[in-house]
Write a protein that binds this ligand. Sequence first.
Ligand SMILES: [Zn+2]
Length: 228
Amino acid sequence: MEIAPHVHWVETGGSNVYLVIEPPNIVLIDTGMPRQQRTIFDYLRQLGHQPTDLSHILVTHADMDHVGSLAAIHKASGAQVLAGASSASLIDQGKSPKHMPVIVQWIIDTFIHYGAVPQSQISVFKEGDTLPFLGGLQVLATPGHTLDHFSFFSPVVGVLFVGDALNTRDGRIQITPPRITADKTAARQSAIRLLELSPAVIACGHGTPSTNHTADELMQIFNGLRQE
Ligand SMILES: [Zn+2]
């Protein structure tokens, strides 16, 4: 579903991914859980594009529900993978960042791995970079939920891709629950920074993308976070 000019939301069973369609660039933001490549490629085909038309894959963070299908999609499309430095080294090992309750984290670390992509095949971005999509897509370091977390903002289109820095799981814009947040202070600061951008569209990893909030609503959430 198109949620802003050139920006499509694809629901992939529990987490959202986004496609930016600006031929010759077609950019995928996050990849969902493992085995979601078919859903994403089917969506592309509906728009008249082939998997090999995918040119870039951006990663918000290395949680499995965001990079689970990265290796498969990278392999099928040949698209260039871009991620933060910490995410890149985790993806190289097929590992998720630590941010879960102890026992859950142990189970994840011990038993759960996703398809890895060699670090040599990942281009690393950093805070302050601008990527050549949507009239200039700003790269923002937004640690908190996980320490390797990045968000992407297009001032031209007004779209903010927040990964898990914000979500709308309960139908309202919020940060992730404390029990799955690596650094609560950083998470709050990152969310404040993102809300300050006053985005028209919040393209989140979980919950419906927020397209009809008012500036007042964002300000209320902003104030609530500042007072915590
Ligand atoms: Zn996450």
